[in-house]
Design a protein around this ligand. Structure first.
Ligand code: PEP
Length: 252
């Protein structure tokens, strides 16, 4: 069955105490509210992962990492490997986020390596793709997203692709307050599902969760999530406030 997901990418925000308070508030809000087939995932920074997995040990809130190394292990100062994440019960990891592509010059090849290492460790990658504003204005958005998916995902086999979650994140909508309209987002999500279906078959495409990300908030989430091919959201700014994030979660 296709899973619906509301995921909070905290980025490089919050002190340790703030992170603890935010997770505790979410656990409190969500208590007794286990919705079948609808997952809540939060992505704190590396130093808070252990705190987060400990606090959510007994509850239905999943923890993911914002990043992972493309190296397996060894002399790579400052890097965090997929096997380290696995040893801390981290279940998901964001890969291909536009901020990493832009500021850290991550290449499709590195993203592919990260995905492979995560899958070997049974951690589900949340693969982000999306076009720049100029690419949309030039009507290149479908081509850009297709290339990103082909370059970093299409080497996977059928069993592997089943463990990938997709996130369509138009770069012009991230952190800008400019959300894609439900129609724009739905059009791209349907296109992504068709790409997956053509490559891996209809049943795999039908099972795949495709999230929308880009200035999604408590006011616009309901209309976005009502679209047939939008299976949830990857939320940045609005995930830093427990009430807002919980309202988004309840928008299904
Ligand atoms: C993101 O960074 O993945 C994101 C969607 O950010 P925001 O919600 O702040 O646009």
């Amino acid at each position: 069955m296709r899973k619906y997901i509301v995921a909070g990418n905290w980025k490089m925000n919050l002190s340790f105490d703030d992170a603890e308070e935010l997770i505790e508030s979410l656990i409190d809000l969500k208590k007794g509210d286990e919705l079948e087939g609808l997952l809540m995932i939060v992505f704190p920074s590396f130093p808070y992962l252990e705190l987060a997995t400990d606090l959510t040990d007994e509850v239905d809130v999943y923890i993911g990492s914002q990043n992972v190394s493309n190296k397996e292990k060894g002399a790579y100062t400052g890097e965090v490997s997929a096997s380290m994440l696995n040893s801390m019960d981290v279940a998901y990891c964001i890969v291909g986020h536009s901020e990493r592509r832009k500021y850290f010059k991550e290449t499709p090849e590195q993203i592919r390596e990260k995905i492979d290492l995560l899958l070997e460790q049974a951690i589900k990658p949340i693969f982000c793709c999306g076009e720049l504003v100029d690419e949309r204005n030039e009507n290149l958005h479908f081509l850009v997203v297709k290339a990103q998916i082909e370059q970093s995902l299409f080497h996977l086999n059928t069993e592997e692709i089943k463990n990938v979650v997709m996130a369509y994140e138009p770069v012009w909508a991230i952190g800008t307050g400019l959300t894609a309209t439900p129609e724009q987002a739905e059009e791209m999500h349907a296109y992504i599902r068709k790409l997956i279906s053509d490559k891996y078959g209809e049943s795999i495409a039908d099972e795949m969760s495709i999230l929308y990300g880009g200035s999604c908030n408590a006011n616009n989430a309901r209309n976005l999530f009502a679209q047939p091919n939008i299976d949830g959201g990857l939320i940045g700014g609005a995930s830093l406030n427990a009430d807002d994030f919980y309202r988004i979660y309840k928008s299904f």
